[in-house]
Design a protein around this ligand. Structure first.
Ligand code: S3P
Length: 433
């Protein structure tokens, strides 16, 4: 348990840890590639280490020195693992690995922790079966453990109705080993790191606008070529410091090297719409991803906003911390079309509603989101994280601006994406945790 009290000022410069999505993909693509790849500024966290352990269990040689990885790729030919692969808390590990394993003729099984074993897998299992792989698991393949025996695949044309980047990525990875073309069309473009990184690894990727949205297409039989990848800072981690700085008078924070890919920066855009003062400085690109230094100036009055379904993919992981800003904004806010939040590391709609209410906010739960009527202050409360890293960090921010004491029931779960969160927070708030 951790006790949090109101902070007086938030000032300083910080490079938050590297992007989790990019770090997972850098390991997976390097392992699939031919030759020796180097990954710089890799995120060291429970989730990404689960991916690293899995590719090693498939026979990939990886040398890690701090945050630098040297990976000797298997050129699409892995070894049968001698034990079950454990994705722990990481949906990205489980789902992207299924895509990779579908290309391999051997038997493997993926499991996860108690949270991941509750999450839906059929969204990936079904298209991979359509491509010709054999997959089965609990609840007819919807729940982990899931076993895979892949091999000879054929390309498919898939409509990604939920705009899930994990589903799209799994299919594209499988598509590398399939016969013919594999195409994924989605109503709104979900995070496109896999497409960008495939190009970095020399794979030909076609993207086009369609009547129904966006399409990505690849031809099977391409073996990725080794590459050098620099991972940018994670916008989802930066979001907690942006929110905190916005809520504290006289604060100013500079967040360095943050990825501002338009499929990921919806939170920063939304916050600007609320009246928050936030700038992108020094815009540039690394390893195919746009990055910037983000300057935030606190104390501006925030007003309520709406998040519509089509905006959700670009800020999906930031909704818990966005809800804290909404609770303290003037007027009404609403999030709709976000039912995916129900099947994240926890039921994030329920967790947000329950915790905000216990802090004195006016919140109404919707099936696919929530409505919030802003209040002038929150009061300290006992926060149930449900072991969900983003709930823990979002409500630590809430506790730092609330009156009285807030208790976080399980602060350790931040290790999933941001092991040093409380150390970095101490650095810019001059508080100790
Ligand atoms: C991720 C995609 C998103 C996101 C998750 C990471 C990824 O999930 O919420 O934290 O790395 O591809 P969905 O693809 O299920 O929407």
């Amino acid at each position: 348990m951790l006790k949090v009290r109101k902070v007086k000022k938030v000032r300083g410069e910080l490079r938050v840890p590297s992007d989790k999505s990019v770090s997972h993909r850098a390991v997976i693509l390097s392992a699939m590639a031919e030759g020796e790849s180097v990954v710089h500024d890799w995120l060291i966290s429970a989730d990404t280490l689960a991916t690293l352990r899995a590719v090693r269990a498939l026979g990939t040689k990886v040398q890690r020195k701090g945050a630098t990885l040297r990976i000797w790729g298997r050129a699409m030919r892995f070894q049968e693992p001698s034990d079950v692969l454990n994705a722990q808390n990481s949906g990205t590990t489980a789902r992207l690995l299924m895509g990779l394993l579908a290309t391999q003729p051997f038997f493997s099984t993926i499991t996860g922790d108690s949270s991941l074993r509750k999450r839906p897998m059929l969204r990936v299992v079904e298209p991979l079966r359509q491509m010709g792989a054999w997959l089965d698991g609990r609840e007819r393949g919807n729940k982990l453990p899931v076993s895979v025996r892949g091999g000879t695949l054929k390309g498919i044309s898939f409509f990604n109705v939920k705009a899930s980047a994990q589903v799209k990525s799994a299919i594209l990875l499988a598509g590398l080993g399939a016969e013919g073309y594999t195409q994924v069309e989605e109503p709104v473009l979900s995070r496109d790191h896999t497409e960008r990184m495939l190009k970095l690894f020399g794979v030909e990727v076609l993207t086009l606008d369609t009547e129904k949205g966006r399409m990505v297409k690849i031809e099977g039989g391409q073996i990725p070529k080794s590459a050098e990848v620099f991972c940018p800072a994670d916008p989802s981690s930066a979001a907690f410091f942006v929110a905190l700085a916005l809520l504290v008078d006289d604060s100013e924070v500079l967040l360095k090297d943050v990825m501002v890919n338009p499929t990921r920066d919806g939170f920063f855009r939304k916050v600007r719409q609320m009246g928050g003062e936030i700038y992108y400085e020094n815009l540039r690109e690394i390893s195919g991803e746009p990055i910037a230094d983000i300057r935030v100036v606190g104390g501006r009055k925030l007003k309520g906003v709406e998040v519509k379904g089509e905006e959700v993919p670009s800020l999906i992981d930031e909704i818990p911390v966005l809800s804290v800003l909404m609770a303290l904004a003037e007027g009404r806010s609403r999030v709709k079309g976000a039912s995916e939040l129900r099947v994240k590391e926890s039921d994030r709609i329920r967790a947000v509603v329950e915790n905000l209410r216990s802090m004195g906010a006016k919140v109404e739960e919707l099936e696919d989101g929530f409505e919030i009527e802003g209040v002038s202050s929150l009061k300290g409360a006992f926060i149930k994280t449900y072991g969900d890293h983003r709930i823990a960090m979002a409500f630590t921010v809430a506790g730092l601006v609330a009156e009285g004491e807030t208790v976080i029931d399980n602060p350790h779960c931040v290790a999933v994406s941001y092991p040093d969160f409380y150390r970095d927070l101490a650095g810019i708030t001059e508080m100790s945790f």
